[in-house]
Design a binder for this molecule. Structure first.
Ligand code: SER
Length: 582
């Protein structure tokens, strides 16, 4: 089955079941102001789950453009994408669990449709572990009656209770179907409305919100495919890159990153997002720049526009806005490329000067400054140095890198892990001091969240500007007002106690063995810095984290800590904004 056939089969199956076809909405959500980009098919339908009559009728089918930044670091593996298309069928108070699950099973297994062998499939349903909810025994029974489905498992709210998107909205237990252990299909049964404080109230007319990644489903039904990129959704794009990259051989990951990032960029540009240093524009800039660096690595930058045109042509058939905006998409992408290449060229000149001056070893911090100022990646600097029989002080480079990751989060471009982006960061001493105090406050916040919300909390990402702390963490529901107060009070009490912040350097293995929390997802150097916050009189440790720093010496320097906002960031991820000060 190819990409076109899959779309067609999905749409006609649900149309035959009385569903109206609704076009994809924009990647900029219209009903979810607190979410940067559309992450799910249900977002454009949010009001219809809560009583607003749907102009399309009570059951609809769609293929929605979606973008999830949470997976940005996984790009290059077999199963994650930033931009993807989501197949969805929805019921607004029409049918519910029985019909939804039976029809889904028919579509997934019938030879007339996906024809997937039930032996490859397992299903999960909700076990009821969230307060004020019960296990979804109704779904369990239906699943157990489905012909050929032998593996049915119960799971907790982290996996099997979905929503809401944004600050509040419909949510409920869900059933997931996995093929060869990859989730391809999610049937959400919206039974509740989740308030901003996390409280659940039953919906008067429960609804169904199903979502399944088109690219993942296509992979499941393409016999020779072992990854999303082995399907015909990506074939023309990969082909276009290869045309310009004769030596691509071992750079499979680069091919994947370029394909994913340029596809995402085309769709963001098509929805009138422009590269910038803020919000959606920043995500776009990051995708474009990273793609360009990987193209550069393959010697294929010359193919940039052709690859983009290939993507527009491939998807224009289904998303006419891409054809309509073709000229603008190409112009803006090329403008960003030129800007970025100019910065890199300046960096190359600087590198040549440096290599001219130094002896046989380039100082790690100097090499790193070429990255932080001009975006010159380490590999590039290394190769140039090697050509002249020189080398880089790599441990010092790693140290500088780790430090930079924390310091330069002052609202500049290198927010997302720093790999391959020019930051252009100019941070004043005063700003650095604020950021340093914020770092320590962030460690206290992290510790408090784990203390009050439990081990489910895992840090997603954090971002500091001189104005505010932003902290993402995995958690399946909104925090209550009380929980926010508890966290804030606990952090403020630790600030008042003026606890000691101790920095130690040790092998990564030892740090992890001591239970130090890891602060960022990037590759760590062999020797890492561990920051421990503890009470000098009692010895009580309140936080231990692996972190590049920098930090203050005593928590009293933070002054005060205040949570200004807690909201959803993406599915299962919460976002806190907080400030510090006297
Ligand atoms: N809203 C659910 C999801 O995004 C199902 O569509 O996975």
């Amino acid at each position: 089955m190819d990409y076109r056939e899959l779309r067609q089969k999905f749409i006609s199956f649900w149309q035959e079941q009385g569903h109206a076809l609704v076009p994809s909405s924009s990647l900029i959500p219209q009903h979810d102001a607190s979410v940067l980009l559309t992450t799910a098919g249900m977002q454009q339908f949010k009001p219809y789950f809560t009583g607003t009559p749907s102009p399309y009728g009570a059951s609809v089918v769609s293929i929605q453009k979606c973008f999830r930044t949470a997976d940005i670091d996984e790009i290059g593996d077999d199963t994650h994408l930033t931009f993807f298309e989501m197949l969805g069928h929805f019921s607004f108070g029409d049918y519910f669990k029985d019909k939804a699950l039976k029809l889904a099973w028919q579509f997934i297994t019938s030879p007339d449709y996906l024809g997937i062998d039930p032996k490859r499939i397992y299903a999960s349903y909700y076990n009821g572990d969230r307060p004020n909810t019960t296990a979804d025994d109704v779904s369990k029974q239906i699943l157990e009656s489905l012909p050929g489905l032998t593996k049915v498992v119960a799971r907790g709210a982290v996996d099997n209770f979905w929503g809401p998107t944004g600050d509040e909205g419909p949510c409920g237990p869900n059933v997931e179907f996995y093929v060869d252990d990859v989730e391809i299909w999610n049937e959400v049964f919206n039974e509740f409305y989740c308030q901003v404080d996390g409280a659940l109230t039953p919906l008067s007319t429960p609804g169904v919100d199903m979502g399944g990644g088109l690219e993942r489903i296509l992979t499941a039904v393409t016999p020779e495919a072992t990854s999303l990129y082995d399907t015909d959704a990506f074939a023309p794009i990969i082909e276009a890159i290869k045309q310009h990259a004769p030596g691509v051989g071992e750079n499979e990951r680069s091919l994947r990153i370029i394909s994913d990032h340029l596809r995402g960029s085309v769709f963001l540009l098509g929805d009138h997002i422009q590269p910038s240093n803020k919000e959606q524009g920043y995500i776009l800039r990051r995708l474009l720049r990273r793609a360009i660096l990987h193209l550069d690595k393959l010697g294929a930058v010359a193919g940039f526009e052709e690859i983009i045109t290939t993507i527009i042509n491939q998807y224009g058939e289904f998303y006419p806005e891409l054809l309509k905006e073709q000229k603008m998409i190409l112009q803006l992408a090329a403008l960003e490329r030129d800007k970025f290449l100019k910065t890199i060229a300046d960096g190359q000149k600087e590198l040549a000067k440096i290599l001219n001056k130094v002896g046989s070893v380039v100082d790690g911090e100097v090499a790193f400054s070429l990255f932080s100022t001009y975006g010159l990646p380490l590999d590039f600097v290394k190769e140039e140095a090697q050509r002249l029989n020189k080398s880089i002080d790599l441990p010092a480079y790693d140290q500088a890198f780790a430090k930079h990751q924390e310091v330069s989060r002052a609202g500049v471009e290198s927010k997302f892990g720093g790999h391959g982006l020019a930051s252009g960061a100019v941070v004043s001493e005063a700003d650095k001091q604020i950021i340093t105090r914020m770092h320590t406050a962030t460690h206290l916040l992290h510790a408090a969240l784990i203390k009050f919300l439990g081990p489910e909390v895992k840090q997603g990402g954090s971002d500091l500007t001189t104005e505010r702390i932003r902290f993402d963490f995995t958690f399946s529901r909104g925090m209550t007002t009380e929980e926010k107060q508890q966290v804030e009070d606990w952090v403020n009490a630790r600030i008042k106690q003026n606890l000691k912040v101790l920095r130690e350097e040790k092998p990564i293995k030892d740090a992890l063995a001591e239970g130090a929390l890891s602060f960022f997802k990037e590759k760590y150097p062999d020797i890492v810095s561990v920051y421990t916050i503890y009470n000098e009189s009692t010895g009580e440790v309140v936080s231990k984290e692996l972190c590049g720093g920098p930090h203050i010496e005593h928590t009293g320097e933070i002054g005060a800590f205040h949570i200004t906002k807690e909201q959803s960031s993406s599915a299962g991820v919460r976002r806190i904004r907080a400030t510090i000060g006297k």
